[in-house]
Design a protein around this ligand. Structure first.
Ligand code: NAX
Length: 328
């Protein structure tokens, strides 16, 4: 029998949490042979709601779900964590400047980083979903000096999946016919979805589209602003699609990406593609042997270079802002 994997989820009573937990418990996060212990972290006011979700998880009688525990203490919640999904964050409210937002999130991600450092399993894999995801991941990582920096990641898989769907629609192909799409940079409106290296039935995505105006005026802004469009339409932000992307990210991290393809994830930069070392930025990545590797050697033309640089500059500015606040 397999040893159960401890999965800690923060913001468990939120809307992404509600879309995520049942999929984890059913085996979609780690595969159909891996039992899980769920450890849910919430703020005290939301513990009761999280306990309600825990009751529903019980009521599903998932064969792989070994236990569900609810905590309002980060040290307890991350104790023994093999997978840590950091979903709960402080949203931007009206009139809030970027500095205020980063400071408020520092109050969440610093103690969570410390708790991961103190008690998580040696192999812990951290995925930050809560926004601003890249900088929140950097704050947590900075407070977990004993955990290899590569174990901290932020989510751009939703952006990646959005880009896949938009391109498939434009080309009238199945999403499975598109390989090697990339999201570069920050999970924000500056992100750059790159179709120049994408492969679609033997040609590149850009050549298959052959429509620069669509690329610049529709594809890139549609992907980058999709979150806002969902809020406009649904009256609430992306939840099931965000949960789905978190599942994809961790599943691939643990089980590997398919041969002949790659995906996108925000990982610690080693200086690849001119992205300053130590920034958590989105790259084309493959997963091999349980580790993300940045795909090397891609040629970046001036159109892509300009857009990658804009997003990376934003990440550098966020890092300066959190450094000023003493958070990294
Ligand atoms: P909700 O507001 O529904 O839920 C957030 C939950 O986090 C709440 O239950 C809250 O009590 C909890 N929480 C707050 N502080 C906490 C703490 N210190 N410890 C534990 N729990 C805490 O938000 P939801 O729609 O679930 O979104 C969660 C986060 O995901 C937001 O920051 C959102 O911006 C971000 N997103 C990120 C995406 C990505 O692609 N990276 C896409 C979807 C989403 O917008």
């Amino acid at each position: 029998a397999q040893v159960p994997v401890n999965v800690t989820v923060t913001g468990a009573a939120g809307q992404i949490g509600y879309a995520l937990l049942f999929r984890i418990a059913s085996g979609q996060l780690l595969g159909p042979d891996t039992p899980v212990n769920l450890r849910l972290l919430e703020i005290p006011q939301a513990v009761q709601a999280a306990e309600g979700t825990a009751m529903e998880l019980d009521d599903c009688a998932f064969p792989l779900l070994r236990s569900v525990d609810v905590f309002d203490d980060a040290r307890q919640a991350f104790d023994g964590a093999n997978v840590a999904l950091l979903v709960g964050a402080r949203p931007r409210t009206k009139g809030m400047e970027r500095g205020d937002l980063l400071e408020a999130n520092g109050g969440i991600f610093k103690p969570q980083g410390e708790a991961i450092n103190a008690g998580a399993a040696d192999d812990v894999r951290v995925l930050v979903v809560g926004n601003p995801a890249n900088s929140n991941a950097l704050i947590a990582q900075a407070h977990a000096p004993d955990v290899p920096a590569e174990q901290f990641t932020a989510m751009t898989r939703l952006d990646h999946n959005r880009a896949l769907s938009q391109l498939a629609k434009k080309l009238n192909v199945q999403v499975s016919e598109i390989k090697k799409l990339t999201i570069w940079g920050n999970h924000s409106a500056t992100q750059y979805p790159d179709i120049f290296h994408a492969e679609v039935n033997g040609t590149t995505g850009a050549a298959a589209v052959n429509d620069q105006a669509w690329l610049e005026n529709e594809f890139i802004p549609t992907v980058a602003k999709r979150g806002a469009a969902i809020i406009e339409a649904r009256g609430a932000s992306s939840a099931a699609s965000a949960a789905n992307a978190a599942i994809d990210h961790v599943y691939d991290w643990v089980n590997g990406t398919p041969e002949g393809d790659w995906t996108s994830a925000a990982v610690m930069s080693d200086g690849s593609y001119g992205v300053p070392e130590g920034l958590i930025s989105s790259f084309p990545v493959v997963s091999r042997g349980g580790q993300w590797e940045i795909v090397q050697g891609l040629e970046i033309d001036s159109f892509s270079r300009e857009r990658i640089d804009v997003s990376v500059k934003e990440l550098s500015e966020e890092r300066e802002a959190i450094a000023k606040l003493g958070l990294v």
